[in-house]
Write a protein that binds this ligand. Structure first.
Ligand code: H79
Length: 430
C-alpha cells in the first residue's frame, strides 16, 4: 500500500483519547509582540523576523531582553490540567527563528546562555508536567531556521529575504546533521518522556531527510510520536492545516492545530479572540470528526498568559468539567443528516452525546432511529424523559423533554444510552 493511502494510526491510546491539548508558542518573537522599530507585521507574529526582514545579528540581540519574571510553569501546567481540561501540552522548543528555549550545548543561541535570566524554560515545564502527570510534546522546527546559515528560509512572503543568501540543498544536510539531529537528541534525552515531536513546514526535505529525523527520535524514545509535518507522509498521525477544520469525519489519528485569535506568538495588536462558544463548538466538531484539538496560547515576553486567552479557556474548561464524558475518549461519529445550529454529536459504544449549544424547550432528533433506553443530563446525572417515535411523515425521531429550569440554558450535554452499539441516523427520505 502506498504511504499516501495509509490510514494514520499512532497505536497509542492516550493520543486517541486525549482530544484536547495546549499548544504554547513562546520565543524571542514574544518580546516584539508583532512590532519592530515602530513597524507592525501584517502576518502571524512569530514570523516577524521573516516578514519584516530583520537582520540576523539585530534579531539575535533580542535575547538580551528575555527575562520572564512572571513565568510560572507549575501554575500553568496545573491550570491546563485542572481548570482548562487539556490532556497534553506542546511547547515550542525551537521555532523558525532558531532560538532554543532550553539549555543547548549545540548552539549558545538558547535561553540559558544568551539571556540575562539563564533559566532553562523547558526544564521548568518538564518538571511541572511530571508533577501533574501531564503529557509533554515539543515543537521543533526541523527545516526552517532563520538564524542558521544552512536552514531553510521561506521566501513565500512575496520578496526575497535580504538578510540571507541563496543556499544549496547540500548545506541543508549539514544543518540537519549538525544542529537538528543534535538538538533532537538533547530534547529527547534531558527532559524525561516526550510524548511527541511537533515537526513543522518540511519545505523540500527529502524522504531520506525526514526519515533521518524520525530515526533520531525513535532511537532515543521509541514511543515518541511524530507529527504529520515531518513531511513525505511519514508522520505517525495526520496534522491538519493550521486552523483548517475538516468538514467531514476523517479516518485514522489526526490533530488540528489552532489559534484563539489569529496569531500563534503573542501580539499586542491581535484582539480578534474567538468566543468560548466558538471554541466549544469547534472542539465538539473536531472530536466528532475523529480528531484532537491542539489549541494555542502565546505567552507575553514576561511569561504571563494574555488575560483574554485565560478567560476563554476557563469557560471551555468549565464545559469540559461538566461534560467531559462526552468528549474525552469518544469516537468518530456518524454524520447526522441535518445541519443544526443548536446541537453537535459525539459518541462511544452504546452512547450518543447530544451537545446542546443553544437554548431549547425540547430536543428533537429527526432521523435518529436508535432505541434509547435512557437520557441523562451529564452535568448532574439527572434522567430526562425521552421518547423514540415516528413523525407524521413516517420518519424516526427521538424526542427529549427539557425541564423548565433548563430551557433558557445553553452549553450542556445529554447522554443517550442506546440499545444499539452505534448511532443510527437514517438517510433523508422524501
Ligand atoms: O507555528 C505556527 C506557525 O508559525 C507555523 N505553524 C503554526 C503551528 C507556520 N509555519 N509556516 N506557516 C505556518 C505557514 C505560514 C505562512 C505565512 Fe507568511 C506566514 C503566511 C503569512 C506569514 C510567509 C510569510 C508567507 C507569507 C508571509
Amino acid at each position: 500500500m502506498n504511504k499516501i493511502d495509509r490510514i494514520p494510526d499512532t497505536k497509542q491510546k492516550w493520543f486517541k483519547e486525549a482530544k484536547y491539548g495546549l499548544f504554547i508558542h513562546w520565543g524571542l518573537y514574544s518580546i516584539l509582540g508583532g512590532e519592530y522599530k515602530g513597524q507592525k507585521t501584517d502576518y502571524i507574529s512569530e514570523w516577524i523576523m521573516n516578514s519584516l526582514d530583520i537582520p540576523v545579528d539585530e534579531y539575535e540581540k533580542l535575547a538580551e531582553q528575555f527575562d520572564p519574571v512572571n513565568f510560572d510553569a507549575d501554575k500553568l501546567v496545573k491550570r491546563a490540567k485542572e481548570e482548562w481540561g487539556m490532556k497534553y501540552i506542546v511547547f515550542t522548543s525551537k521555532h523558525h527563528e532558531g532560538f532554543a528555549m532550553y539549555k543547548s550545548e549545540v548552539s549558545s543561541y538558547n535561553v540559558v546562555d544568551a539571556t540575562p535570566c539563564h533559566r532553562d524554560i523547558l526544564k521548568e515545564l518538564a518538571e511541572a508536567c511530571r508533577k501533574y502527570d501531564m503529557k509533554l510534546g515539543l515543537y521543533y522546527s526541523q527545516s526552517q531556521d532563520w538564524d542558521d546559515p544552512n536552514g531553510y528560509i521561506s521566501k513565500s512572503n512575496g520578496h526575497e529575504a535580504t538578510n540571507r543568501e541563496e543556499k544549496k540543498i547540500s548545506d541543508f544536510q549539514k544543518y540537519l546533521d549538525e544542529k537538528v539531529k543534535s538538538q533532537l537528541k538533547e530534547i529527547l534525552t534531558n527532559y524525561g518522556d516526550i510524548c511527541l515531536i511537533w515537526f513543522d513546514t518540511p519545505m523540500d526535505m527529502t524522504v531520506e531527510q525526514s526519515q533521518e529525523c524520525i530515526d533520531t527520535v525513535k532511537k532515543i524514545q521509541p514511543n515518541c510520536l511524530i507529527s504529520g509535518r515531518i513531511g513525505n507522509q511519514l508522520g505517525d498521525y495526520m496534522t491538519i492545516g493550521d486552523n483548517y477544520l475538516p468538514r467531514l469525519p476523517l479516518d485514522g489519528d489526526w490533530e488540528m492545530p489552532a489559534t484563539l485569535n489569529d496569531t500563534w506568538g503573542y501580539s499586542k495588536f491581535d484582539h480578534n479572540w474567538k468566543s468560548p462558544e466558538d471554541i466549544i463548538r469547534l472542539l465538539i466538531k473536531i472530536v466528532s470528526r475523529g480528531g484532537n484539538y491542539l489549541l494555542n496560547i502565546g505567552p507575553k515576553a514576561d511569561g504571563s498568559i494574555p488575560e483574554e486567552s485565560c478567560r476563554v479557556l476557563n469557560v471551555v474548561g468549565k464545559y469540559l468539567k461538566e461534560n467531559g464524558e462526552g468528549i474525552y475518549g469518544t469516537k468518530k461519529t456518524p454524520v447526522y443528516p441535518y445541519e443544526l445550529d443548536w446541537a453537535e454529536f459525539t459518541c462511544r459504544e452504546h452512547k450518543l452525546y447530544v451537545h446542546v449549544l443553544k437554548p431549547r424547550k425540547r430536543l428533537e432528533l429527526l432521523n435518529c432511529a436508535n432505541h434509547v433506553t435512557r437520557a441523562v443530563l451529564l452535568k448532574d446525572g439527572r434522567r430526562l424523559d425521552v421518547v423514540c417515535d415516528m413523525t407524521c411523515e413516517g420518519d424516526a425521531v427521538v424526542i427529549i423533554d427539557i425541564p423548565n429550569e433548563l430551557r433558557e440554558e445553553k452549553n450542556y450535554c445529554v447522554c443517550l444510552e442506546l440499545e444499539e452499539e452505534t448511532a443510527i441516523f437514517d438517510p433523508i427520505r422524501g
